[in-house]
Design a protein around this ligand. Sequence first.
Ligand code: ACO
Length: 451
Amino acid sequence: VENVGILAMELYFPSQYVDQTELEKFDGVSAGKYTVGLGQTKMGFCTDREDINSICMTALHRLIEKNNINLHDIGRLEVGTETIIDKSKSVKTYLMTLFAEQGATDVEGIDTTNACYGGTAALFNAVNWVESSSWDGRKAIVVAGDIAVYGKGPARPTGGAGAVAMLIGPDAPLVLDCGVRASYMTHAYDFYKPDLASEFPYVDGKLSIQCYLSALDNCYNLYCKKMRKVEPDFKGLLSLDGMLFHSPYSKLVQKSLARVCFNDFLNATPEQREQQFPGLSDFSSHKLEETYFDRDVEKAFMAYSEPLFDEKTKPSLHIAKNIGNMYTASLYGGLASYLVSKSPEQLIGKKFGLFSYGSGLASTMYSMNICNDMSAGSKLAKLINSLNEGLSMLEIRQSIPPSQFSESMDVRTKNYHTAPYQPSGSIDTLFPGTYYLVDIDDLRRRFYKRK
Ligand code: ACO
């Protein structure tokens, strides 16, 4: 099989958001902290009407409907999530209710969890399966979704919610590069969820940023090394048309692109430095591991990278700015944003890098190519059209005052373990086609309907 990758893609995000400017006022922080300091505009959130099963189902059903997928043609269904509502039963098994309607049950795959990395792990599992001797000729589906919520405090504005569903198979318009994926995995307590009685993580904000940047340095350098083995002329960022990152908040992504440039700078010969990085020679003796919070390095490389950021990364941040961190779906929201910012003609033949990070920690840098044969071109046009339709719904969401958002979070917190339970969140505000929770019975079984 050839050109294994993403054939189609759909996104789901909640119909409600809180405005970050209003949230700054409500939280009593200085004006600009969330909007400029973190680079966030709006934050999507769910009431108690939605949970991880429902949002993943909404995304999956949309993918199936829009692409007229016969579920007997799907041989693998993978879920990536860190939103855990059951310590044993996977979200995937709930998604099988849709397959059951068509009598389809021969479907491999279950859930994968490690913070924001599960979606990427699920994608790799699906791609690997299609490329393996176990493959039976059918397609795979990957669903990545999360409800990202934090307790009251500085991390709360970096929440979000959403899910993405992707159809995986051969002859795809978006093809993963083979043999160059570079991972960095190690033990860290930067963000973790040891309190099973709470929906909120324990988070060491500063450490999580340091872990993210150090994972980026490690993955990027290893990825470049592997790329140069297959393409001796590979020039780092200059050889990539786009560079996409997991986005906890947009500002960190801009800093990450600056960091990529700093890596390219350190890896360059003295002559290349003079030519490609004029005026930055003062930083030649700086070390990666000593500069995670070095203001001078950050400022110099943020300024240097600004035009590169505008061209290669900024278009990928539209969803991240307007929804917030969707955890496992965040990087794929970045991919969707990037694709809709261009026409198929502009995308054909392009290559872009993707950095996936999950606290704890697991991370990978990999790359995708946009295939340039004609059949892929028409699949790409269809994929972009469909994403555009979905993204237009960002504009028809309802703005909810921060006080009401805060109350809604309190309701979720208070009832996280209540059973039996009837959710109180409004059904009227949900987008058509949204699955919602009807009831949790005394045996904690969950029941859903579709609007
Ligand atoms: N105008 C403009 N900028 C401002 C203003 C203002 N009025 N006030 C503050 N800022 C800037 C700060 O200077 C800072 O900029 P810097 O990042 O360049 O230093 C930025 O806004 C944030 O302000 P801080 O005081 O650093 O924010 P705080 O420490 O309160 O919280 C944090 C930020 C740590 C990111 C917090 O939101 C958090 O813990 N989030 C969750 C963890 C996270 O997302 N980690 C990232 C990787 S792990 C993952 O994906 C979950």
